[in-house]
Design a protein around this ligand. Sequence first.
Ligand SMILES: Cc1ncc(COP(=O)(O)O)c(C=O)c1O
Length: 391
Amino acid sequence: MDKIKLPTQRFEGIPTSGGIRDIVDIADRLEATGRTIYHLEIGRPDFDSPKTAKDAAKKAIDDGFVHYADMRGVLELRQALSRKLKRENGMDVSPENITVTVGAQAALTASMMTLLNEGDDVIVPVPCFGAYPGACTILGANMLSVRCKMEDGFILRARDVEPLVTDRTRMIVINSPNNPTGAVIPRSEMEGLAEIARKHDLLVVSDECYERFLYGGTHVSIASLPGMSDRTVTVGSASKTYSMTGWRLGYMVTPPWMTSYANRTHLLMTTCAATFPQYGYAAALDGAEGDVKIMIEEYRERRDLVAGYLRQMKPLDFANPEGAFYILISAARTGMDATEFCRYILEEAGVALVPGEAFSYPGFVRMAYCKPKDYLSAAMESMKSAVAKLA
Ligand SMILES: Cc1ncc(COP(=O)(O)O)c(C=O)c1O
């Protein structure tokens, strides 16, 4: 009887929430007692979605776009994405090779499901977003981690990748700007990674969800480099760029040889992304640049505010992030491990952070600064007092 109550054997390897649950439980408990809790654990932008997007989606409902869409996504959206990829990413992509997905999350899973065989090696820089180890595990692929070091700004170095390549290696996953470090891979390293991929005939999945949130450095899409478009899946999303996390829209750009396979995988997973929101995303791509610029400037100010406070907290170390909206912090000099530190800061300061286990990088904690500046100032004042007590 009990044997029906088991998930697939592979499920055992699916990473758990890495201590996030514990932190959320404690935060909920404290909040229920009336304590003020500063939620810096969640990477959810706090801006409203652009009006342009909302108006277009409402109109699409009224115009009757309430049925299944083309499984690849609404053509107008794929055309708008094709224009955006040319304008911003230097990529020449036909709408035929763009699939609209249920967020970048579905694009990542669909592309890895389409490309990975059991036993394949996948090189994944850590710290990393949990979707990559999760997909490797459920697909029976082996994740080989490359550690990006805080002393080096958490930047992925091509020279650290090449020694891991063997005959079993099939794919490299990259994510720039990075969640959870905010690191941006410079062009020289991107070129080095492209050279490795070409030399060893490897695929690349490039997660570019945070591409617009840059406070230094420039964004380079690896698929735009010579010889890379035929071996790269570029993944993007409406979630962060337009603060549209709840619309669940992303996309994957696939090499032409891969498109029909990827479409079949995404079809199997979801049939297609919801139809009327896709008209909103298309409108945002063509008409919400002003909203994006405001968000970028606001995030830059928030980054400076939070980093300024952290510099005053002597036992903490971090690398100043150049992108996204996260800071990864080392609490090693406090003498606590990362989970103990998260608990202490939550109980003492009411600030919720995420332990690095969630990003395959124990020993560190992630702070998300996608909250208004006055909220962040109050949180950081409280954290500063709690950290001072550790001296
Ligand atoms: C690096 C990275 N990739 C993908 C995603 C998934 O985003 P979406 O909302 O588009 O599914 C996230 C979400 O936090 C992320 O941080």
